[in-house]
Design a protein around this ligand. Structure first.
Ligand code: ADP
Ligand code: MG
Length: 346
């Protein structure tokens, strides 16, 4: 009883905005910083505009979120504001998701990268406590990508994966490699390995990876010693498939939000990818809204992204949306789009 009360104190959905500092290029171009963080939940965007007679004026847009993180906030503070409160709930059957949303260059990867490492640190520490060690709980990691509506394993040579649902609404990604995590160094290595495997085309790494969603999952499983070792002998599958999922957290570095607008590009492939990204970001918004309204029907069939995360949208779930924004005047339109998206999520 006490546990469930504590768990309910962690908001089901939390929307956080993070502003990055102006970068060197923007400073050298003397671009204005148009985003003002007013307090820890409130920000204003000062949009430069021209009247018909070409006199310049500024239109002010104000937004309120669960938390607004200013440019000097560290990654560690981001962790404490977003993922840390969720960690204990993972042991209480919670499926959690943490998204980084925003235009390319707004700081999604910068924000997302350290989070699973810190989370694994805390999870490993909890797992070492006698109460969990005696129950044979273990932590597993997987890392895959959704690119053009298809799944690729980032930890096994970009092997193409497919998804299956079992009768109990559990999502199974067939062939996805899971690795046991016993210390944090391993997590860092897997992240580096996975990042090196992310979509890179002729146009260069960052350009291509901005068209894919990268999903890193940390899963706590409970293992039954006797039964598992027996089944392991008959089954060449790896042990992680045998353990029973207790809870999990997924870290999703979303495709650049501006990519969803690539639907009129001259290049056919770019158009198809743009349409897929647009569809998935819209579907994601609808799913989170449905969650927030405690709707029975969650429209997860809207896209591959939401289908893959299906089991995290039902039952005991926690969602953190970190919306990353660029402060420079040149990004104003994208910044407003990102803030409006975040606003509608909740
Ligand atoms: P995205 O993944 O959204 O395309 P990145 O995370 O790659 O963006 O960030 C773009 C650049 O800005 C990187 O060089 C990154 O180091 C820098 N950056 C992003 N956010 C911050 C921040 N909060 N503080 C300092 N530098 C940042
Ligand atoms: Mg990135």
């Amino acid at each position: 009883k006490e546990n469930s009360t504590r768990e309910n104190n962690v908001a089901k959905i939390k929307v956080v905005v993070r502003k990055r500092p102006l970068n060197k290029k923007e400073v050298s171009r003397k671009e204005d910083d148009i985003v003002t963080v007013c307090d820890d939940s409130y920000l204003a965007v000062h949009e430069p505009k021209l009247k018909v007679d070409l006199t310049a004026y500024v239109e002010k847009h104000e937004f309120c979120f669960d938390a607004v993180l200013d440019q000097h906030v560290t990654n560690d503070e981001v962790y404490r504001n977003t993922v840390e409160p969720i960690i204990p709930t993972i042991f209480q059957r919670t499926k959690a998701t943490c998204f980084a949303y925003g235009q390319t260059g707004s700081g999604k990867t910068y924000t997302m990268q350290p989070l699973p490492i810190r989370a694994a640190e805390d999870l490993v520490r909890l797992l070492r406590q006698p109460v969990y060690r005696n129950q044979r709980f273990k932590l597993w990691l997987s890392y895959f990508e959704i690119y053009g509506g298809k799944l690729f394993d980032l930890l096994s040579d970009r092997k193409k994966l497919c998804m299956r649902e079992d009768g109990r609404q559990q999502v199974c990604i067939v062939g996805l490699q899971e690795f046991e995590v016993s210390d944090v160094q391993i997590v860092k290595e897997f992240i580096e390995r996975g990042n090196a495997a992310r979509s890179t085309g002729s146009t260069g790494a960052n350009e291509e990876s901005s068209r894919s969603h990268a999903i890193l999952q940390l899963v706590v499983k409970k293992h039954n010693e006797v039964k598992d070792s027996k089944r392991n002998n008959n089954n060449d599958g790896n042990e992680s498939r045998i353990g029973k999922v207790v809870g999990k957290i997924s870290f999703i570095d979303l495709a650049g939000s501006e990519r969803g607008a690539d639907t009129t590009d001259n290049d056919r492939q770019t158009r198809i990818e743009g349409a897929e990204i647009n569809k998935s970001l819209l579907a994601l918004k609808e799913c989170i809204r449905a969650l927030d309204n405690d709707q029975i029907h969650i429209p997860f069939r809207g896209s591959k992204l939401t289908e893959v995360l299906r089991d995290s949208f039902v039952g005991n779930s926690r969602t953190v949306m970190i919306s990353c924004i660029s402060p420079n005047a040149g990004s104003c339109e994208h910044t407003l789009n990102t803030l409006r998206y975040a606003d509608r999520v909740k």
